[in-house]
Design a protein around this ligand. Structure first.
Ligand code: CP
Length: 313
């Protein structure tokens, strides 16, 4: 593959290849004493039309740790503010001979549109409520490292699934890897016909979390809600906020995950979020860099090999 636009369509073997490679980058990322020169002379642009803390920073770190020149662009500082279209922005960047373009956009499908226009590798850093593939990959790496496998695990994804690209990418990945996925949410926060994606649907945390190995919490994405009932914080926490009481029905060693940013006291209780034994929230952040190093390595591999072959001729 030249691009990583989503998890949908990836085979288990391809996912395992990325996770295995990322595993190898974990130590290098912990002790980056000597920078790799794998991406020496390569240019990576991070083009973010939506806010980000984790994804943008970790893509920047990943590129830099592999030796690439990394440029960050956000909507506020680009000519998009002057009315330039997405396609014109893409064509402009393409003329500068990039190797990798990391894109986040508020519209589902915008990253694919852009990928069709450029010569470099495009990585989806989140498009609308469609997909956020590197998030699902880092989540899978975190689970695999902690629980040793993905196959056969019961994973409960809880909260605003309707607006969540993280949920969609995770559902595709976990299904491909043989996990049992449950979506736990009020009916108003579930996409219609979500069962078609091969998940179990639960409207109560009590049944949804029963015997779960992994409990993955999602925030209410109020910025994507329009014209629908938005529950009050207290009401939402009462029914769907993760606390120790609701966690009791899960496996005794069930792990807690959250892609961030989290809203403490809304979808997750602070004590649970900070539980060092069970919460993997900061492991997820750490592993995000290793996963993004692996993705940058794999997607630019063909280009690097053909450049080497060209130089040898
Ligand atoms: N999980 C995630 O995508 O976080 P950011 O929005 O901070 O990048």
């Amino acid at each position: 593959h030249r691009h990583l636009l989503g998890i949908e369509g990836l085979r288990a073997g391809e996912i395992t290849q990325i996770l295995d490679l990322a595993d190898g980058y974990v130590e290098q990322n912990r002790r980056p004493v000597k920078k790799s020169n794998l991406l020496d002379g390569r240019t990576q642009v991070n083009l973010f039309f939506e806010n980000s803390t984790r994804t943008r920073t970790s893509f920047e770190l990943a590129g830099k740790r592999l030796g690439a020149d990394v440029i960050n662009m956000s909507t506020d500082s680009s000519s998009v503010k002057k009315g330039e279209t997405l396609i014109d922005t893409a064509m402009t960047l393409n003329a500068m001979h990039l190797d990798a373009l990391v894109v986040r956009h508020a519209d589902s499908g915008a990253v694919k549109l852009l990928a069709d226009k450029v010569n470099c590798s495009v990585i989806n850093a989140g498009d609308g409520h469609h997909e956020h593939p590197t998030q699902a990959l880092l989540d899978a790496l975190a689970i695999r490292r902690r629980l040793g496998r993905l196959d056969g695990l019961i994973v409960a994804i809880c909260g605003d699934i309707l607006h969540s690209r993280v949920a969609r990418s995770n559902i595709h990945l976990l299904n491909a890897m043989g996990a049992r996925v449950r979506c736990v949410a009020p009916p108003t926060l579930l996409p219609s016909q979500i069962e078609r994606l091969g998940v179990e649907v639960h409207h109560s945390m009590k049944t949804g979390l029963r015997d779960a190995d992994v409990v993955m919490m999602l925030r209410l994405q109020t910025e994507r809600m329009s014209g629908q009932y938005v529950p009050s914080t207290r009401e939402y926490f009462y029914f769907y906020g993760l606390d120790y009481e609701k966690l009791e029905v899960a496996k005794p060693d069930a792990v807690i995950m959250h892609p961030g940013p989290m809203n403490r006291g809304v979808e997750i209780d602070s004590e649970v979020a900070d539980d060092l034994k069970r919460s993997m929230i900061l492991d997820q952040v750490e592993l995000g860099v290793a996963v993004r190093m692996a993705v940058l390595d794999l997607l630019t591999r063909e280009r690097r090999q053909s450049d080497l072959a060209g130089a040898a001729r």
